[in-house]
Design a protein around this ligand. Sequence first.
Ligand SMILES: NC(=O)c1ccc[n+]([C@@H]2O[C@H](COP(=O)([O-])OP(=O)(O)OC[C@H]3O[C@@H](n4cnc5c(N)ncnc54)[C@H](OP(=O)(O)O)[C@@H]3O)[C@@H](O)[C@H]2O)c1
Length: 295
Amino acid sequence: MTILVTGATGNVGRNVVDLLLRAGADVRATSRNPETLDLPAEVDARRADLTDPKTFQQALQGVDKMFLYNQPAGIEGVLEAAKAAGVRYVVLLSSLAAAGRDPDHWIARWHRATEHAIEQSGLSWTFVRPGAFAANSLLWAGSVKQGRPVRLHYAHSYLSSIHERDIAEVSTCALLQEGHDGAKYHITGGDSITQAEQLALIGQAIGRELAFEDITGDETRAELRALFEPRLQELIRDGVISPADKPGIIETRIRYYEEALDGPEDIDPTVEKVLGKPARTFAEWAVDHKADFTN
Ligand SMILES: NC(=O)c1ccc[n+]([C@@H]2O[C@H](COP(=O)([O-])OP(=O)(O)OC[C@H]3O[C@@H](n4cnc5c(N)ncnc54)[C@H](OP(=O)(O)O)[C@@H]3O)[C@@H](O)[C@H]2O)c1
């Protein structure tokens, strides 16, 4: 049985490749730039771009199952190519946003578009829907390494950030075991703490107290506009949003931060149900990523 992993350079995808190899699976990995893949020789690495389905025709030959990154532009063509090649099962890296708290939000629409195409495809599937990634904190690494205070957007807002290894473990379970067909797994990290507490845990992991600035209101708006702009331009290009949606997208994020000041989020038990062990905590993520925060 051959399993194809898209996004094999990604935080989650490279962990899926690693876990599948440890389980003895036959793995094929794709990237738009396969020369950047640093994988064991037994992995068959191919060039493929989800926005250009014909690049998948060769990569999918002989594949039974696939781990898919979300990219609605081109998804119908990719699924057609998968069916033609004999693929039976797709595990999609989706998002908790797709679960519907705010169905008009662009992240929800962006992931639901791909989920809908998969539901209509006739393939079997599992949707893995994580909340915020702990890996988002890698954005702080530059300031930490340079000894500058980290600019935290709403420093005292709570997050139950999930370790990419847990996302990959749940995805790998769905790829290798029976019984996950049609499941929509809503998964969070093992604890809900504030961003300031997350930064303190990174400090503990690297043995240094880390300073931060609490950035709120218009200052956050201005930084989010700059941070989001490249991604929003891609979404406008792909027809997911229109330019008129941009201010609302920033305001929704501000509203989420403000709501998250109220207290800890619920910890979802799904990781434990699927894996038989609790989701990793942020402290564990910080220890695993010490090297990313040190020179
Ligand atoms: N960050 C969060 O808090 C969060 C929360 C919920 C869900 N998510 C989901 O998780 C995804 C990010 O996961 P991650 O952190 O593992 O990714 P990542 O480290 O940011 O890497 C992105 C991956 O996507 C692949 N990719 C991007 N465009 C592609 C295309 N056109 N064709 C083929 N592959 C493409 C890239 O592959 P190459 O560059 O090698 O081609 C790369 O491996 C988001 O896109 C979202 O769907 C994120």
